[in-house]
Design a protein around this ligand. Structure first.
Ligand SMILES: NC(=O)C1=CN([C@@H]2O[C@H](COP(=O)(O)OP(=O)(O)OC[C@H]3O[C@@H](n4cnc5c(N)ncnc54)[C@H](OP(=O)(O)O)[C@@H]3O)[C@@H](O)[C@H]2O)C=CC1
Ligand SMILES: Nc1nc(=O)c2c([nH]1)NC[C@@H]1CN(c3ccc(C(=O)N[C@@H](CCC(=O)O)C(=O)O)cc3)C=[N+]21
Length: 284
């Protein structure tokens, strides 16, 4: 049975088709949406995502710049780059790839990004607006997961959504977005005792732990929808998720694969956010 696999690549294609139309309309009005990606150091995994982002920008006719900085750069020097991008009218979205090297305080860098260009949705102002349900840039991964659920006709209201992981970029905002759609939300994390008790109750299970294949069928209720956010390498250096796909797909009613699940949606939503930011310059 393969028809219960949620095809993130295909759904991301549909989302980006719509973004492409919006980019064309913007260009007709003299505005080309522009994204700046700042990469500090040369972590090979980060390099792949960053390349994917740049490629997708090109495909959609958006402008993109990649700023590659030395691993040893000082916080102040990085902040100056952010300030330059804040003031650059060709740039509508700024993404500083995380994590950053130890000498740099991530919170300070995130806070330095103009909220008007915060297409990652990580700035405290964006997070605050999301919490109180005001329009703002939404964190791309949870936003992408909401789209995946929508395109896959997954009902959310009244369902029990269990999220494993409470990071600021994935787990926490994921719970908020599901709550806004009337799910009953439970957060689990590394200090949760007897994880099974919680996961076994989930109608929708979102796994974002960074622990390769830790969730197998034994954690999953028959018929649950399973969303795997993890991006890891297995013992053969192959990409794999936080869910043991072969095992979990036997009990899940719908499940996302890795690769080809959540990852492509993250990139699609980044493009949508950048396009929205460019549109905002016309209406503001
Ligand atoms: N597909 C995509 O687009 C994206 C994928 N990712 C991937 O998603 C995964 C999670 O990313 P991120 O949220 O940034 O990771 P973090 O490392 O910031 O957070 C991991 C979370 O999982 C919890 N956790 C870790 N181990 C366990 C465990 N054994 N049992 C229960 N909870 C556990 C941690 O708990 P505690 O808080 O107690 O430490 C923490 O809250 C990674 O694999 C990452 O590569 C991330 C972003 C985008
Ligand atoms: N400021 C910031 N914003 C981020 O959004 C951000 C970040 N930092 N740091 C790292 C994580 C991770 N992340 C991914 C994006 C796309 C894929 C993706 O496209 N994955 C493909 C496969 C890619 C491959 O082949 O390696 C897939 O799952 O099919 C994965 C992971 C964004 N992140």
């Amino acid at each position: 049975m393969t028809n219960h696999i949620i095809d993130g690549k295909q759904i991301a294609g549909k989302v980006t088709e719509k973004v492409k139309d919006r980019v064309e309309r913007l260009k007709a009005q003299g505005v080309t949406p522009g994204l700046a990606v700042v990469l500090v150091g040369n972590n090979p995994a980060s390099q792949t995502y960053v390349n994917n982002k740049t490629k997708t920008c090109e495909k959609l006719g958006m402008y993109s710049v990649m700023i590659e900085l030395e691993e040893t750069i000082s916080e102040n020097a990085l902040l100056k780059h952010v300030e330059t991008l804040n003031n650059d009218p060709k740039i509508h979205g700024i993404l500083v790839q995380l994590p950053l090297p130890k000498q740099i305080d991530e919170d300070r860098v995130i806070a330095a990004i103009s909220p008007l260009k915060d297409v990652d949705g990580f700035h405290p102002e964006s997070v605050g607006k999301m919490m109180i349900g005001q329009p703002t840039f939404l964190s791309c991964t949870p936003f992408g997961i909401m789209k995946l659920l929508e395109y896959s006709d997954v009902e959310i209201a009244g369902k029990h959504a269990v999220i494993i992981g409470r990071s600021n970029i994935v787990g926490k905002p994921m719970g908020q977005l599901l709550l806004q759609k009337d799910a009953t939300v439970t957060y689990c994390h590394s200090k949760t005792k007897d994880l099974h008790t919680f996961t076994k109750q989930a109608d929708i299970l979102v796994v974002a732990t960074g622990r390769a294949k830790m969730i197998d069928a034994s954690y999953i209720k028959e018929g649950a929808v399973v969303i795997d956010v993890g991006i890891n390498r297995d013992e053969n250096n192959k990409l794999c998720g936080d869910v043991d796909f072969a095992s979990a797909q036997e009990v899940a009613s719908k499940i996302t694969p890795v690769p080809g699940g959540v990852g492509p949606m993250t990139i699609a939503m980044l493009m949508e956010n950048t396009c929205l930011s460019a549109e905002n310059t016309l209406t503001n």
